[in-house]
Design a protein. Structure first.
Ligand code: MTE
Ligand code: MO
Length: 322
């Protein structure tokens, strides 16, 4: 008899509240299509893995911890965290660890463009050496009502803004994930408006909490977490934390993220954590701490209100919490 044993941190199906559940049928069709595509190209996927060159900025880890950002709960076990992910480019399940190893992370070019003094491209390792890195302990609250606690390494987004030199017309930053359907089977499914896009206001991007992660757990960040460059905005729902970024565009118009483009009623631009504002399909009052099974009340701004609440004064007429 075949018995499926569920580990403690895996949510039973009936409790799971996937972000893409409204897509059920379409996502199913997409999965079938990508499975077929994968079956046709197994050799290509493994060839990409072995061509990864050694990480040229590995020597910077572990980075010195910035002790300012303290936690109210233990760190999530690295193994558990690395096996419970959302990375739709590599599949819609939480188990994308193996699939995401096909992501090629060097060379990795980052484009800075839009309303800036002078657009430029920079290699990820030049960028990392230019800005320097530190470690910060942050919490992460997915809109699906689970949470994790991660020791990120990286640098404040404000450092990138300094390098970019945006002009006064820049009101938002639009970020984009890599686009390469040959590497990412999820991008072969036509049901998502690839590439993954997210946006922040300039005030949010330059807020001291806003962080660009290049590492986690004292080493370069694992592919399934969005190597080699990923956003960490701990006061917002997890879908804002765009992974594997290749482009930062400084723009005048509010960018529309992938999730907002799919279902604006459920996934808005602001997406600030608020336990009192339910998702249209479930409550946001509490969260499951992945790895422990513990449930805790969710906090306004995920507990980071002292850092970020002021940014939203005067914006009460906006949908700040969806
Ligand atoms: N490019 C990209 N970025 C993404 C996602 C994604 O599917 N693709 N998922 C988002 C969601 S919904 C969450 S909760 C977090 C998950 O980050 P983690 O897997 O490191 O926990 O990544 C976010 N960033
Ligand atoms: Mo999420």
């Amino acid at each position: 008899m075949h018995v499926i044993r569920r580990r403690g941190w895996e949510l039973p199906e009936r409790l799971a509240t996937p972000e893409a559940c409204f897509l059920n049928r379409r996502a199913f069709l997409g999965t079938a299509a990508s499975a077929a595509a994968l079956a046709l190209a197994p050799a290509a996927a493994s060839a990409q893995r072995v061509t990864d060159i050694p990480d040229p900025t590995k020597d910077l880890y572990p980075a010195k911890r910035n002790e300012k950002y303290v936690l109210d709960r233990p760190l999530t076990d690295e193994k558990i965290n690395g096996n419970y992910n959302n990375f739709y480019e590599f599949g819609t399940s939480k188990n994308v660890t193996a699939a995401s190893q096909a992501l090629r992370i060097r060379p990795w070019n980052v484009k800075i463009d839009g309303l800036v003094e002078k657009p430029f491209d920079i290699g990820i390792d030049d960028l990392i050496r230019k800005v320097g890195i530190e470690e910060r302990l942050y919490r992460h609250r997915c809109v699906e009502a689970w949470s994790m606690t991660i020791p990120w390494s990286g640098f404040p987004f404000a450092r990138l803004v300094e390098l970019a030199k945006p002009t006064s017309g820049a009101k938002y930053v639009r970020m984009e994930t890599f686009m390469d359907p040959s590497m990412a089977p999820g991008q072969r499914t036509p049901y998502y408006p690839w590439p993954y896009v997210e946006g922040l206001t300039m005030a949010e991007a330059t807020n001291e909490l806003c962080f660009l992660a290049t590492g986690a757990y004292g080493k370069p960040v694992a592919k399934q977490h969005g190597a080699p460059l990923r956003l960490a905005v701990p006061w917002k729902y997890g879908f804002k934390a765009i992974k594997s970024i290749v482009r930062f565009s400084f723009v005048a118009e509010r960018p529309k993220g992938l999730w907002e483009a799919l279902q604006a009623s459920e996934y808005g631009f602001w997406a600030n954590v608020n336990p009192a504002v339910a998702h249209p399909r479930w409550s946001q009052a509490s969260e499951e701490l992945i790895g422990t099974g513990e449930r805790r009340p969710t906090l306004l701004f995920n507990g980071y209100g002292d850092y970020v609440a002021d940014m939203y004064k005067g914006l009460e007429s906006e949908r700040l919490y969806v």
